[in-house]
Design a protein around this ligand. Sequence first.
Ligand SMILES: [Zn+2]
Length: 115
Amino acid sequence: MANENCLFCRMASGEIAVEKVAENQQAFAIRDINPRAPVHLLVIPKRHVDDARLLEWGDKDLLAGVFALATDAATAEGLKEAGYRLAFNVGEAAGMTISHLHLHLVGGRKLGPEG
Ligand SMILES: [Zn+2]
């Protein structure tokens, strides 16, 4: 369910204006405000899910939309051939700072195992 205190839900609804670099029915993509590489996007499902621990079989369309948008965004950023990283942080120990599922898309340089 949408959470009125959730930053990403408020972006999804349009309550908070944000530049969406890509969007489909299930998700939208924005640039990370603290990029760790030349390209660092967040692919965010429009429907609120706290984190990947709560995903269920019924979320398969949402996830398909998230991954399809990640591919579209990577292609638009010119990363499709060279490759890039897709990562979900799950919970506080992983450094997840906003409790709304989001996929990091990182690329544009050679990435090491820790980023
Ligand atoms: Zn949310």
